[in-house]
Design a protein around this ligand. Structure first.
Ligand code: UTP
Length: 407
């Protein structure tokens, strides 16, 4: 792309300032910037976002498969799930492309060591959880790990260095998610340096597109994988490839399953399962009105009482059907390091702009059917978002200890 073509493209989106330092750059710096402008999709910045748009759909409670019902059929579900795992029908996707800014470590979040007397890396904890099922089933499960440009090399070398924590290396596949430009509050793209636009990973909702672009759906097809269990990097207690969950979803014949926990307060900041115009969906906590928060079901229990924990099962057939459908973009406030008009680097202490993200929770409502599946909160939900306080290394350590893990 030439300078003139780049300028034309940028003008279309009101981003001409990207070329402000062009004349000062070396030849390679200029080439780097032109290549980045060429490959960047600025149109996402002018797409409709969720910001301020009111969802007019009618929200009603959804039936959740709750613990007592699950308990009754647990062995049946487990047998069904295990059999399907043994015939290779399940794959797993670890979402590890996030920046983990709240935790504040420059390494990928999964490299964080939560051990006290020995090393217990987050990645290691997750692999060990997966190994429990692999051992019971007697066969490995393909694990796809999503990274981003920002943490790919570090993640891959860490797994290699730690010998995949004992997991069969030929069943671990890495792929990168896409990046989108990050902007100030007026939608102007930030520059990370004079020759680079500041970008951030495009959220966890683009994972299937990225898996496909990386050519890894060939493995999915070749191996006959029919469902994918997708899970977050930061919940160190979650059960992965859980045969009971898988069996329940298969038995329900649903395209999707969502693990949920009982909320610990009506206003807890988790997405809540519901029906929107009769269709399984997730309502974000900030969309939950007081009326909905206080609503009761026929048994007098809170009607919107089950929060998602970013652990879902999706049917591959359904994923392929929706892969080209438009997903909403969510605007997230973040701290974005950038250079100012003098070219000096600024590392903000407070959020200073927007990232644009697609979210996996929006996939739930793109499925034709879905079953919310309750799990015991204290046994399966220990997210690590912060260093201390709520959803932190500290709180996760406590929960791990309660569950008999040595740290
Ligand atoms: P979070 O919403 O906690 O975001 O991600 P984050 O970027 O990791 O952390 P903060 O907000 O900067 O502190 C939930 C899950 O989705 C993954 C994360 O790695 C985590 O497993 N994720 C998030 C991606 O894979 N890609 C993204 O672009 C964003």
């Amino acid at each position: 792309m030439t300078h003139r073509e780049a300028l034309e493209k940028l003008k279309k989106y009101g981003q001409e300032h990207v070329l402000r330092f062009f004349d000062e750059l070396s030849e390679s710096g200029q080439a780097e910037l032109l290549a980045q402008i060429e490959e960047t999709d600025f149109s996402v910045l002018s797409e409709d976002t969720d910001g301020g748009k009111k969802d007019e759909r009618v929200i009603t409670p959804i039936k959740v498969l709750q613990l007592p019902q699950i308990e009754e059929k647990k062995e049946e579900y487990r047998a069904k799930g295990l059999e399907a795992i043994r015939t290779g029908k399940l794959g797993a996707v670890l979402l590890a492309g996030g920046m983990g800014t709240r935790l504040g470590s420059s390494d990928p979040k999964g490299m964080y060591d939560i051990g006290l007397t020995k090393h217990v890396y987050i990645f290691q904890r997750l692999i060990e959880n997966l190994q429990d099922v692999v051992k019971t089933a007697g066969c490995p499960i393909h694990l796809f790990v999503m990274t981003s440009e920002k943490n790919h090399e570090a993640t891959v070398s860490f797994f290699k260095e730690k010998e995949y924590f004992g997991y069969p290396a030929d069943h671990v596949h890495f792929f990168r998610q896409e990046m989108v430009p990050a902007t100030d509050y007026d939608g102007k793209v930030y520059m990370e340096s004079k020759s680079r636009i500041a970008t951030s990973p495009n959220g966890n909702g683009g994972w299937f597109t990225s898996l496909q672009s990386a050519g890894l759906t060939d493995i999915v097809d070749k191996e006959g994988i029919e469902y994918i269990n997708i899970f977050a990097v930061d919940n160190v207690l979650q059960r992965i490839a859980d045969p009971v969950f898988f069996g329940a979803v298969l038995e329900s014949g649903s395209e999707c399953g969502s693990k949920v926990v009982k909320k610990n307060a009506p206003d807890e900041g988790v997405g809540v399962m519901c029906l929107k115009d009769g269709h399984p969906s997730i309502v974000e906590y900030y969309e939950l009105t007081e009326e909905l928060m206080e609503a009761k079901d026929e048994n007098g229990e809170p009607a919107y009482n089950f929060g998602v924990i970013l652990n879902y099962l999706f049917s591959v057939k359904a994923l392929k059907r929706i892969v080209n459908d438009r997903m909403p973009l969510h605007i997230v406030e973040k701290k974005i390091p950038h250079i100012d008009e003098n070219g000096d680097l600024i590392k903000p202490e407070e959020p200073n702009g927007h990232k644009y993200e697609k979210l996996v929770l929006d996939m739930v409502e793109m499925m034709d059917s879905g079953v919310p599946f309750e799990v015991v909160r204290e046994k399966e939900f220990a997210p690590i978002k912060n260093k201390t306080g709520k959803d932190s290394v500290e709180s996760a350590r406590e929960l791990l200890k309660q569950n008999g893990f040595e740290l």
